[in-house]
Structure formats: C-alpha cells, structure tokens
Design a protein around this ligand. Sequence first.
Ligand SMILES: Nc1ncnc2c1ncn2[C@@H]1O[C@H](COP(=O)(O)OP(=O)(O)OP(=O)(O)O)[C@@H](O)[C@H]1O
Length: 235
Amino acid sequence: MEQIRCSNLSIGYGERAIASGLSFSVNAGDYLCIVGENGAGKSTLMRTLLGLQKPVSGHPVYSPEIRKNEIGYLPQQLHIQRDFPATAGEIVLSGFQGQTGRRPFYRRSEKAEARAIMRRLCIGELAGRSFRSLSGGQQQKVLLARALCASGKILFMDEPVTGLDPEATREMYAIIGELNRRGMTIVMISHDILSAVRYADHILHIGSTCFFGRKEDYLRSETGKRFLNRREVGL
Ligand SMILES: Nc1ncnc2c1ncn2[C@@H]1O[C@H](COP(=O)(O)OP(=O)(O)OP(=O)(O)O)[C@@H](O)[C@H]1O
C-alpha cells in the first residue's frame, strides 16, 4: 500500500529551490534511505515531508489511512539537546505530547506504552536515570523510544547513528531493522552509504544527479556507482 507520494516536488527556502523535480513514493513496510552530497537538501526534504517546511512547489501526498500521530520523527541531534534536565522516562513520555493536546498529564495507557517501548529497546532500567548522565548510544535509544511513541506506521530519522561508536551503531541498525521487519516504514537520511545500501531496500539520491528506485538498481546506476566509488576511496 502506498503511504507517501511526491511528484515533481521542489524543496527550498522562500522562493529559492535547493532540489527540484523530486518524484518518488514510499510503500508500507519500505526501508528507504535518502543519500546525497552535503547540502543537497536531505534534511530539508525530510522536514518538507513532515510538513515542517513549506515546499517551493508541489507537495507530498499521504495516504488518507495515515494519521499524523502515526508518524514518528527522530531529528538530527544537536549537542545542546543532550543536556536536557529530565529523566530518560520523562523524555520518552514526551513523545506523546503531540497527542495530549491541552491535557497536562499523561494517560495510564501512555505510561504503560512508553515503558513497553523502553523494554523493547532494552533500556527499561534507564527510565529513572537523568538523560544527561547517559552515554551517546543510550541517549540515542531514548530519543528513538520517544519517536516511537508517536509512530505506529512511519518512522523518519535524520542520521540516527551519527556520533555513535561502532557497537552502538550496530545496535541502532539492529533495532531499526527489527522495527522494519515488524512492518514499520523506515525513511532514513544516512551519510553512511555502505550501511544505506546494506540495510535499505530503496534509495533516494538527491544532488547534481538524482535517483529513486530499488537498491539493486541504484548499485547498477551511474549515480550509485559514482557515489559509492567516491566514498570507498574516502573523498
Ligand atoms: N533555514 C534555512 N534557511 C535557508 N537555507 C537553509 C536553511 N536550512 C538549510 N539551508 C540551506 O539549504 C541547503 C540544504 O541543507 P540541508 O541541511 O537540507 O542539506 P543536507 O543534504 O541535509 O546536508 P548535510 O548532508 O550536510 O546534512 C544548504 O545549502 C543549507 O545551507
């Protein structure tokens, strides 16, 4: 089932387009990686898909079956957010904030679900710990758990493994893979092209040349070959 479709979408700021002619679709259960050079507009595209940034022209179309509270977002992390003075449990629960409206408290069912999500990510025992005392990998799992409170169907992630050590990176990819196997649609920006082509089933490459399609076709395409070669020789 198709969940998102973009036809000839232009993204940018004000009148200025950063990337144009973007056409792609995302189906239920897809694992899509968005790749491309620095500054190509990957984060801008993700924010546009989430309705946080106005498109220059065109607009993303969501299936009517997708409700806003079924879409989770793990934004690119800034150091400043990591100093947040709250417990890990409070941070995870705040993922329900979009759904509480004016209600100044969380429902018992929300608390139970937050606990269940934390247990699923093996961070249940961190609930009472201060967020800023956690390691980078633990913090990222807490932020992923927070995003999962709001994502029944689609999870958007902007470079979720940046700054993590190899072990924490492997764990994050394993968790994301497991969520995808359970049916969650994954849309991820990745700088790590080798992991992108390892884990994703679809690739959207934006930049001076664009590509959208299955991973196998990306690997055979000129865009894909050029980008992978450049990365492998460390340019
Ligand atoms: N709020 C903004 N106003 C104007 N221009 C912006 C704004 N945010 C980003 N840009 C510009 O838009 C372009 C694309 O930025 P974006 O962060 O989307 O690229 P990216 O592909 O995610 O980059 P990176 O790989 O470095 O994370 C850049 O030239 C950036 O300077």
